[in-house]
Design a protein around this ligand. Sequence first.
Ligand code: FUL
Length: 482
Amino acid sequence: MRVIGIIAFIASWFACATGQERSIPPIPPLPSIEQRAWHELEFYLFMHFGPNTFTDVEWGKGTESEKVFNPSQLDCRQWCRITKAAGAKGIIITAKHHDGFCLWPSKYSSHTVRESGWKDGKGDVLKELSAACREYGLKFGVYISPWDRNHPAYGTPEYNDVYINTMKEVFANYGPLFELWWDGANGEGPNGKKQIYDFKKFENVVREFSPHTVVFSDIGPDIRWVGNEDGVAGETNWNLLDTAGFGRGATSPPTDTLNRGNENGANWIPAECDVSIRPGWFYHAGQDTLVKTPEQLMRLYLLSVGRGSSLLLNVPPDTRGLIHEQDSAALMGFKKLRDKLVPRNLALGVKAVAIDNGKEIETPNLNDGDSRTCWAPEPGKNICTIELDLGGEKSFTTIQLQEGIEFGQRIKSFSLEVEQKAGWKRVASGTTIGYKRILQFPKATAQKIRLNILSSKATPMLSEIAIFSSHYYGDPPKGHRP
Ligand code: FUL
């Protein structure tokens, strides 16, 4: 964990704790400041764009003529306008995909926008997009594929320096970057050789030249792959991961480990759910009718953000260099459904108490609508029951829970009960919570509800309980397919 992370958790410990929680020490590993800020983004867009957009393939060979890259109406402000309206917090673009083509005129490649016919070789997608993101208040991130099927140095030690220079160039000219994406794919290069990457050196360069950037790869160091490209986090999802002995690509941990994390993992490396709004990552006109519907996107949201992860939704610009009408319509529909999912919070400000041996104990901060403040039972109590009186009979389908992750991820299982004439009835149960857990169940009606924390690694530290009367999207699927 970075030193800065230690300072962050001490600072946030005091920000979050207002009472007895001060006497409850955090249990490492803990998120760094950058990771904490990343958790709060929840939903941002991925954009795959490059020669593949024009050649209608997913993996270019790196031998394509640069001239194929020629968007007729490229407009990064249109991308940002739509991103903003969709409620997404940022954009990560494929600055360089596996074909090696650079969307900026890199000094370290001869396979770039400069060699293309677009804007007479004077165009720069990263320049336009980073400026548009700034204008629209969006975060900007880049995917720079380590695998490069074009670069002549690929497969030799020299390529590691090329990759480092490429990163430095992007940091210096287009930063700040909120996230850097290292893809795990690693094939042979133009010279038939495979690269031995110096990832440790790459990491040090990021820390030195772009210290606030979180780095994604199969195993982090900051954000991990979720183990599938369907956008689905594990129902049990620990933000912790053991990386010792593992690498990226073929040597990464098993996909179900990446999906669930390690309960007692040594590092805070939360999962990010990457998935495309279309079957492919790049735009293909033949897939215009296969764009996911707002309902499908909503289910994905529940399976990613609703399971304590983040949703990186790929929306690939088309050959015009615009987000296609089908995709923007789906995004707007998705936004509407999200706005309806969390309407009035029935738990906000209602009477909430912990029940301890028949005694009622106040639970300040728990349902104040502020996820930066926490409540914990007395130190040493790892289970607890919290009762909320909704002030009258109400119907609801959804509970949203948040842990004070500055204290470490603790809760292992919980259940929700509602009071009926015949007594308390369990309507839902779950395992981990983490930054956010959204759990749906068939409509229940009651005045009083109970949240039971059934097991926890240490005294549970909850930052928020919210209850919503939203549409019920049905039982989640068993496997990864939403
Ligand atoms: C994969 C890549 O090989 C795909 O082309 C795509 O970029 C996806 C997000 O990651 O590993």
